[in-house]
Design a protein. Structure first.
Length: 186
């Protein structure tokens, strides 16, 4: 009789262990799925009427830069900061792309999520030819409204000429990203 109790306890222990392991595995899968969903750029509805197009930002020179003036041509909108190494690494490549393709209507605007003084100091050391919009911390909310759920940097939104989003990219751009956008935006 005692022997049956031991077997029942062993069976109960194995069932309990399997239940705990199964629950743990299910929680891990759910957590991984949530993380993948949360950190992927999200779809943006009604881009043509998105509040982004009504935004105005100060430039490093103190002038106002309205986003509405960029409607009607392909636009690469890059969110960056002076304290973000991948952001700084990609800026010369973006600038070279802009210099080569601006004559074909490709536009670039870099939205600095940073202190204006830091942006101005940076631009003295590394001048850029395309427009810079200084958004400060409000730029994080703007990037989130354009699909950057995580709020990370760098974040780039590629608009087609009709104002729709072709692609969003979290992380440093590559030359291939720019070539693909140029072809898609044409």
């Amino acid at each position: 009789m005692n022997h049956n109790l031991d077997m029942n306890n062993q069976t109960f222990g194995a069932s309990r262990r399997n239940l705990v392991l199964g629950a743990g595995a299910a929680a891990a899968v759910a957590g991984a799925g949530l993380a993948l969903w949360r950190y992927q750029p999200q779809a943006v509805n009604e881009v043509a009427s998105h509040p982004f197009w009504a935004q105005q930002f100060e430039t490093p020179a103190g002038e106002m830069l309205g986003m509405a003036e960029f409607k009607g041509k392909p636009l690469l909108l890059n969110f960056w900061a002076t304290w973000c190494p991948p952001c700084i690494d990609e800026l010369p490549m973006i600038d070279a792309f802009w210099r080569e393709h601006a004559v074909n209507g490709h536009q670039v605007v870099a939205v600095a999520i940073d202190q204006p003084s830091a942006v101005r100091r940076f631009l003295v050391r590394q001048p850029l030819g395309f427009p810079i919009a200084m958004a400060g911390l409000a730029g994080t909310d703007l990037s989130k409204s354009l699909g950057n759920a995580a709020g990370g940097l760098p974040f780039t939104v590629f608009f087609k000429a009709d104002g729709t989003i072709w692609r969003q990219k979290m992380g440093q751009l590559s030359q291939d990203d720019l070539v693909q956008w140029r072809a898609a935006a044409a």
